[in-house]
Ligand binder design. Structure first.
Ligand code: ARG
Length: 264
């Protein structure tokens, strides 16, 4: 569903943060209500629009709260839009449609907890990274066999189609089950249909939270960094967004957004 999101009220900067990549926390996610006082367009001045492609199946970075898409990436993009004086609209689509949407000009950028990879760099440019993450392993709570990444060899692994988890799982097994949503992969583990899921750490925690049939292994599978994808060659937009990201890192906004969704 297409959702038109207006900028939210200025956020209180509650934490001091050093320059550089924000670590995206390490424990339970919490979902604050983000205030969305404005609803439909009553703006007087015309603003340029930044169309952001995402896949809102990825809590706590982007997910639906009722009809509204919320999450870390959404709030960071709104803050970037505010810095650039641009209106931000969020387009929800399949994860593997995001890069094609940027290439075709359907979207200006992609913000979807997207990991910078060599393969993707052939098709899009990336901004500076804004978040450090890892791929985690979810198994059934009753599974005593899979304790580390080494135990995944040859197992049936569920992933979200087109993600880095999809790539890495293929390195250790031929049995990769690809789902449109990470949630569906997690349900398959809970039901004993597959052995494990490889998915981003905070998302793994969020999926396993409140489901006592799932557990997340302590040891991560890989380390990676998230950035915003931009059409190849659009260095002007990359530089503009990097400028905004630098300011938002320096003034603590990014860390406060992360802290709002991820309890340290
Ligand atoms: N970090 C992983 C990747 O870049 C997964 C991202 C999935 N994001 C999403 N919004 N579904 O491949």
């Amino acid at each position: 569903m297409k959702k038109y999101l207006k900028s939210i009220a200025a956020m209180a900067v509650i934490s001091v943060m050093a320059l550089g990549i924000a670590g995206c926390g390490s424990s339970d996610s919490k979902t604050d209500e983000s205030s969305n006082a404005n609803t439909e367009g009553t703006t007087t001045e015309e603003k340029d629009t930044l169309v952001v492609a995402t896949n809102a199946e990825f809590p706590p970075y982007e997910y639906y709260e009722g009809q509204e898409i919320v999450g870390i990436d959404v709030e960071i993009m709104k803050a970037v839009g505010e810095k650039l004086g641009m209106e931000v609209t969020i387009e929800d689509m399949a994860f593997d449609s995001i890069i094609p949407a940027i290439q075709s000009g359907k979207a200006d950028i992609g913000a979807a907890g997207m990991t910078v990879t060599e393969d993707r760099l052939a098709n899009v440019d990336f901004t500076d990274t804004y978040c450090h993450a890892s791929q985690a392993i979810i198994v059934n709570a009753s599974n005593e066999e899979i304790k580390t990444a080494d135990d995944l060899t040859g197992k049936t692994i569920g992933v979200q189609l087109g993600t880095t988890g999809d790539m890495y799982a293929g390195d250790v097994t031929e049995n990769v089950e690809r789902y449109n949503k990470g949630f569906e992969a997690a349900m398959a583990v809970a039901q004993g249909k597959i052995d494990a899921v490889v998915i981003d750490d905070q998302v793994a925690k969020s999926l396993a939270e409140g489901n006592d049939q799932l557990k997340v292994l302590d040891e991560p599978f890989t380390e990676e960094d998230y950035a915003i994808a931009v059409k190849k060659g659009n260095t002007e937009l990359v530089e503009k967004i990097n400028g905004a990201l630098t300011e938002l890192k320096e003034d603590g906004t990014i860390q406060s957004i992360i802290d709002k969704y991820i309890a340290e």
